[in-house]
Ligand binder design. Structure first.
Ligand code: 5RP
Length: 225
């Protein structure tokens, strides 16, 4: 299996995970990225079995709509039974780094409104310690330099992702050479820097289920086991 086949396999496994658990009025949360795209394509098979979806990005909203899946506003959706999304890195506690696609803020909001977060990823995303993938931080444009200086103070090597504006009109700083030895503490600490909108550590709200694709098939991990 190549990487795309693994992403497709976990997307299919996620569909099986929610099949039979949806009501006609269910609204589910949908993430962003290539793995989430595979899931959206699978979800189209069940489109008559649930009411619609809340998307974590404009790109995912467009893909859902192209399949004829209704896209709803989070403010009128209430709690969501499921949130399905990929990750840039995931550890054994199902804590993640997300935001490689610059959708971290909306992803974190939709995840916070969801009862069960199902993370779908190929085996390249599984790590012991988060941090090899540069940690994305969404900032208000006027705060870019200030946030960069504060990130240096806590040991990161921040680099502005030039040319990228998020769906919220903000900018992204990627933190290189920044191993996350205490993801919960660092998530809070970075959020406390003035001008930070959100950071890509998903430790306070980690995934509940990880569907991990490998050569051997799809492994299902739950934390706590
Ligand atoms: C987007 C994300 C994605 O979930 C993450 O980048 C993984 O993407 P892919 O499935 O394409 O590897 O956080 O902001």
């Amino acid at each position: 299996m190549n990487q795309n086949e693994m992403k497709q396999a976990v997307a299919k496994a996620a569909l099986e995970e929610i099949r039979g658990k949806l009501e006609k009025d269910s609204i589910i949360g949908i993430g962003t990225g290539s793995t989430a795209n595979f899931f959206i394509d699978e979800l189209a098979k069940l489109k008559y079995d649930f009411e619609g979806a809340v998307a974590s990005s404009e790109a995912s909203a467009e893909r859902l709509k192209a399949h004829g899946i209704r896209v709803l506003d989070l403010n009128s959706s209430g709690r969501l039974p499921f949130y399905i999304d990929g990750a840039d890195e995931v550890n054994g506690r199902l804590q993640m780094i997300k935001g490689g696609g610059a959708a971290l803020t909306r992803e974190k909001i939709v995840a916070a409104c969801s009862d069960v977060f199902i993370c779908i990823a190929d085996q390249s995303k599984k790590v012991d310690i988060l941090g090899n993938f540069p940690l994305p931080v969404e900032v208000l444009p006027m705060a870019r330099s200030h946030v960069g200086r504060e990130l240096v103070k806590i040991g990161a090597d921040p680099q502005w992702r030039q040319g990228v504006t998020t769906d919220n009109g903000n900018w992204i700083i990627d933190c290189y050479n920044f191993m996350l030895d205490d993801p919960i503490k660092l998530e809070t600490m970075i959020n406390n820097i003035a001008g930070v909108v959100c950071n890509g550590i998903f430790a306070h709200r980690q995934a509940n289920i990880l569907l991990l694709g490998s050569e051997q098939g799809v492994e299902r991990l739950v934390y706590p086991a």
